[in-house]
Write a protein that binds this ligand. Structure first.
Ligand SMILES: Nc1ncnc2c1ncn2[C@@H]1O[C@H](COP(=O)(O)OP(=O)(O)OP(=O)(O)O)[C@@H](O)[C@H]1O
Ligand SMILES: [Mg+2]
Length: 403
């Protein structure tokens, strides 16, 4: 071997991990680098099969391919996973080259490698981190999904609870309306009593006269009183009918004349207004027609009139006057109920439409009158109601659309 070649050999051996085997794979040479990386001494290696550094993870096929290649006198290149004496793993980029003799037959194999353990380890660490990351990512995804599902559930529960609360509120409203209806019924009975006072005393007189005629044998007189009594009784029964109609709930919306509605209300209140010495002044434009639930609107106006009546007697007002007026303004009907009972104190002005707000003794007021009136006007009639103090009293103004 020339000197130059010897230098090449040394350069290769110094910078690489080199081993040689015979044609059967028995180690015939190792350099220091090989001993260092494998952990074996040269003595331990020489004469052993090269598979001494084989790693159990490496599949058999790899070795079959290796041997197939090099026995065909070709160079084999691979990144090999090997096992050192202490069981640790090292990776080497390996090139195995068959060395041929003069006759072209394989004499031995030389394997030249360099250490890529740290590269591979890094790559593997990276891979495992990547896997960890992927895992975390998928965990995150499932957790996000889980949270989303929980949130959705919560949302649904919330919706359910809102619906429940709404239902409860509706129930409360229903109760309130029932309460108000009971109160109205009480008032109705007292109104009927007022309406009946006069015909009842009339009947008393008729009975007395009848008895007198009967004793006198005045049959014609008896007959006349009898007819009279029948008329009075018919009138009394009509009063009941009027009340019944007035308080029965409307089944559907209808067109009705404001004038008719107000007159109906006043005919029902006639007795009690007379007793409270309230004079009523009407100022209603002819032909104003509203569309909606007549009895409900009547109820609202009745509540306003009852309030005025209460204010008159609470405050012992002289010259009690109630003004009810109605006119058209564009596409609206304006209805006003005004009294001269002193008006509403500024401090309670913004509370009077609240449910259960009352300044009256518990036995005299539930505080629902104006609340119900407001609900009826806003919800059933799409209108508004407001109040202002003027002309020594309260003026309630209702505004409802004409269509
Ligand atoms: N015309 C009015 N003049 C003076 N105060 C009024 C008038 N209308 C209402 N108020 C005041 O507003 C309060 C609330 O009226 P609302 O009709 O809602 O209840 P109430 O009359 O007290 O009780 P209810 O009508 O249930 O019997 C009354 O208690 C009263 O203080
Ligand atoms: Mg009232």
């Amino acid at each position: 071997m020339g000197q130059e070649l010897e230098q090449y050999k040394r350069a290769v051996e110094q910078s690489n991990i080199v081993s040689k085997t015979d044609i059967n794979g028995i180690i015939t040479f190792v350099n220091d680098e090989f001993c260092k990386i494998s952990g074996y001494t040269e003595k331990e290696l020489i004469g052993k099969n090269h598979n001494i550094v084989r790693h159990p993870d490496v599949p058999k096929e790899t070795f079959k391919l290796l041997w197939d290649t090099i026995l065909q006198k070709k160079t084999f290149k691979t990144t090999a996973k090997n096992m050192a004496k202490d069981g640790s793993t090292f990776y080497v980029n390996t090139t195995i080259t068959p060395i041929l003799n003069k006759n072209g037959n394989i004499e031995e194999f030389i394997a030249i490698r360099y250490d890529v353990t740290s590269n591979i380890m890094l790559t593997e660490a990276l891979k495992s981190k990547e896997e960890e990351l992927n895992f975390l990512n998928s965990m995150l995804e499932t957790r996000v999904k889980e949270q989303t599902r929980k949130l959705r559930e919560l949302n649904q529960n919330l919706e359910k609870r809102v619906a429940e609360e709404t239902e409860k509120n509706r129930e409360k409203d229903r109760l309130m309306f029932q309460q108000a209806r009971l109160a109205a019924m009480g008032e109705t009975i007292s109104n009927i009593a007022h309406q009946w006072r006069q015909p009842l005393s009339e009947l008393g007189i008729v009975m007395f006269t009848m008895k007198k005629h009967s004793i006198e044998g005045n049959e014609k007189g008896v007959q006349k009183q009898y007819e009279h009594a029948k008329k009075v009784i018919a009138k009394m029964s009509k009063t009941i009918e009027d009340f019944r109609n007035f308080f029965s709930p409307d089944k559907k919306k209808n067109s009705f004349l404001i004038k008719d509605m107000i007159e109906d209300i006043l005919s029902i209140l006639e007795g009690s207004l007379r007793k409270s010495a309230v004079s009523v002044e009407l100022n209603i434009d002819e032909g104003i027609t509203a569309y909606g639930y007549k009895n409900e609107l009547s109820q609202a106006i009745l509540n306003l009139i009852n309030n005025a009546k209460d204010a008159f007697s609470d405050r012992h007002i002289d010259g009690r006057a109630l003004k009810i007026s109605s006119k058209r303004e564009g596409n609206f009907i304006i209805l006003s109920v005004a009294d001269n009972a002193g008006g509403i104190d500024d401090t309670i002005m913004d509370k009077i439409f609240e449910p259960y707000f009352t300044t009256k003794h518990a036995s005299l007021g539930t505080g629902l009158g104006l609340y119900i009136a407001k609900i009826i006007i806003e919800d059933s009639m799409n209108g508004t109601i407001c109040v202002k103090n003027e002309n020594e009293g309260a003026n309630f103004i209702i505004k409802i659309p004409t269509n």
